[in-house]
Design a protein around this ligand. Structure first.
Ligand code: HEC
Ligand code: CU
Length: 369
């Protein structure tokens, strides 16, 4: 008796399960930053490699599966068919299926290596240098030319090469901006460099792509591409300035609270004594005993101008944080209320702040544009 290829209703059930799974998978694609939507030459080069390989793979897949399906139907056993010819070993076929894949893999290797060299090229012309410092679990950005320290937002000009020196003194992180550049490991003691260029202004999501501890998934950052180079320079000048002075009693109270409770971990230029924010972390932060100017938390000098809080675990929604207003939807207030609840395991361990103290700190920190 002939055995059926499938038995019972299994194929139907299997198809159903596969369909359901693929729906879940595809649903995850909506809205996330995609490598298939490149916004600069490096990411563009990388996605070209992807498409080329996909097309080659698709042609092979359709060819092989087509022949398979054709054979299954064309040469299937029929009630009156004679026994199939019995033979084994065919030199011609074996040579073909050894040589063809070898050539194909050679082509794929060539395309890949060419892509690798292209994305590693030294940039030409004007270049902005930045050091990206991977902390557990947030990114600090230091601009050696203008001596600025900031966090969460990597601000760069459009159509300009950006050379990012990747630094860590803790664990291995990975710097990844899907729409601008592929992943590059951030290894302690081994300073990798990643270059990229953004074609147009905008805000692009950056991600840490190496598991670096419990809050690894909340180690995001923004790449903010300014409208033009002048705007970038204006931004640099603003960031070089010391923190704004309090302009209300509430803000002044917030400043005092900062001085009393937050200075062990956070620097504010012009407020914290001996803190300039100008120190190069790759020099300052390599020796754990000499952490002069190498603070454990983000620089807050211009916190109010940033869009993210603590590695993007929250948005800095300034409009909900107006002084004197209702702070129940203010994310900064949520953070200060209980940072361990918002981002369990992070290094900001503080005592409980009162509602009034939080209101004062929110008023002060959001005023630091
Ligand atoms: C023991 C060290 C420590 C103390 C004390 C501390 N913080 Fe933090 N703070 C951190 C760390 C570390 C982060 C980043 C956490 C992360 O993203 O994983 C942080 C993040 C923040 C952020 C978000 C900054 C950004 O750019 O993402 C704000 C705002 C902040 N702290 C305010 C305060 C205030 C106000 C105080 C004082 C009441 C304070 N912190 C006390 C360590 C500290
Ligand atoms: Cu990380």
């Amino acid at each position: 008796m002939r055995k059926p290829v499938f038995r019972g209703t299994k194929p139907l059930a299997l198809t159903g399960v596969l369909l359901a799974l693929s729906t879940i998978l595809l649903a995850a694609c909506g809205g996330s930053p995609s490598t298939l939507d490149p916004a600069g030459p490096i990411a563009g080069r990388e996605s070209n490699v992807f498409w080329l390989l996909l097309i080659i793979a698709a042609i092979i897949f359709v060819g092989v599966e087509g022949m398979l399906i054709y054979s299954i139907f064309r040469f299937r056993e029929r009630p009156d068919s004679p026994p199939a010819p019995q033979w084994h070993g065919n030199l011609k076929v074996e040579i073909i299926w050894t040589v063809l894949p070898a050539i194909l893999l050679g082509v794929i290797l060539f395309i890949t290596i060419q892509g690798l060299f292209d994305v590693a090229k030294e940039p030409e012309g004007k270049t902005v240098e930045v050091t990206a410092y991977g902390h557990q679990w947030w990114w600090e950005f230091y601009y050696p030319d203008s001596k600025i320290t900031t966090a969460d937002s990597l601000v760069v000009p459009p159509n300009t090469w950006v050379k990012v020196k990747l630094f860590s003194n803790n664990v291995i992180h990975s710097f990844w901006v899907p729409q601008l550049t592929g992943k590059t490991d951030v290894v302690p003691g081994h300073d990798n460099v990643r270059t990229f260029k953004a074609d147009k202004p905008g805000r692009y999501t950056g991600i840490c792509a190496e598991y670096c501890g419990v809050q690894h998934a909340n180690m995001r950052f923004d790449v903010v591409v300014t409208d033009n180079f002048d705007k970038f320079q204006t931004w640099q000048r603003e960031q070089q300035a010391a923190a704004a002075n309090p302009s209300s009693d509430l803000q002044a109270k917030g400043k005092q609270l900062y001085l009393d409770q937050c200075t062990t971990c956070h620097g504010i230029v012009g407020v914290l004594e001996n803190y300039t924010g100008k120190e190069d972390p790759t020099v300052q932060c390599v020796n754990p005993e000499k952490q002069n100017g190498c603070l454990i938390g983000p620089d807050l000098t211009h916190f109010g101008s940033r869009k993210l809080i603590a590695g993007g675990v929250l948005e800095n929604n300034v409009d909900q944080c107006q002084p004197g207003g209702d702070l129940s939807n203010c994310n900064l207030a949520k953070w200060l209320q209980d940072p361990q609840k918002v981002k369990p395991g992070n290094d900001m361990v503080i005592g409980q702040l009162s509602k009034d103290d939080i209101a004062a700190l929110v008023a002060y920190l959001e005023s630091l544009k």
